[in-house]
Design a protein around this ligand. Structure first.
Ligand code: URA
Length: 242
């Protein structure tokens, strides 16, 4: 346990004397409660804020999760449904998902507490490839594949060029498995793209995000990205070179 003014001074907030003034002025809180007593002792797990700003920056965290079906891509849900952060144990930092997968979509989703990194990956001007595998109703014609590849209009906007690969056709069931690679991240984009060419999506999985995949992972599994992967992703996003 350390005296609060000493901890503030060590964190570089201000000199010891100035830190005492900050406390007396009621600008310092410990675990959300305003503290105005100079003798207050704190330890390393306490959340200390000056004017509402935490004095220590959290360690940046970068996590890859294989999102299972029927899980919300958020940190909380007002209807009490499972959320992606329920799966990430032993991480104290306040991580959140980078973009969204639909409730019923499975697959690769990143989580971080690094806002700059999240913005970089989600910004429309940075083009990161995302690879989806969809089970759709019906068998796709070459004309439909051509349209999907060259862009379809959804919500008044034309999608940019996509890669389309039919992986399987089941004539009896009248369904197809199609791989679609896009680099935008609009709401329900894949489902809307298939719908635009007349096919309902029955099942959807995101298999790849840039060079990251779900190799050897099961739904609900997660791992931290390596420093190399974080660096490579940032560089790819900035250079749009994927
Ligand atoms: N496109 C969709 O339609 N749904 C997703 O979850 C992701 C992309």
């Amino acid at each position: 346990m350390e005296r609060l003014q000493k901890v503030l001074a060590h964190a570089g907030v201000a000199s010891r004397r100035k830190s005492e003034e900050l406390i007396l002025e009621g600008r310092v809180s410990v675990n959300g409660d305003k503290v105005t007593e100079l003798g207050t002792k704190v330890n390393t797990s306490d959340l200390i804020e000056v004017d509402g700003v935490p004095i220590y920056k959290e360690e940046p965290r970068y996590i890859l999760l294989y999102k299972p079906k029927n899980v919300i891509s958020a940190v909380a849900d007002d209807k009490g449904r499972e959320v992606v952060t329920d799966y990430i144990h032993l991480i104290d930092e306040r991580i959140y998902p980078v973009g969204r997968l639909d409730y019923d979509t499975t697959g690769l989703i990143l989580l971080t507490n690094d806002g700059e990194f999240a913005n970089l990956l989600m910004h429309p001007k940075y083009q990161i490839d995302k690879v989806y595998v969809a089970k759709v109703e019906g068998i796709m014609t070459s004309d439909e594949i051509f349209k999907l590849t060259n862009g379809v209009v959804i919500d008044g906007k034309r999608t940019s060029r996509a890669k389309v690969k039919v992986l399987q056709e089941n004539i009896k069931q009248n369904t197809s498995i199609v791989e679609l690679t896009i680099h935008e991240g609009w709401n329900h984009q894949v489902k809307k793209m298939f719908k635009a060419v007349g096919h309902e999506v029955i099942k959807l999985k995101r298999e790849r995000f840039s060079f990251l995949n779900l190799h050897k992972m099961n739904p609900g599994d997660w791992r931290e990205l390596t420093a190399f992967e974080v660096d490579k992703l940032s560089k790819l996003a900035k250079g749009s070179a994927n």
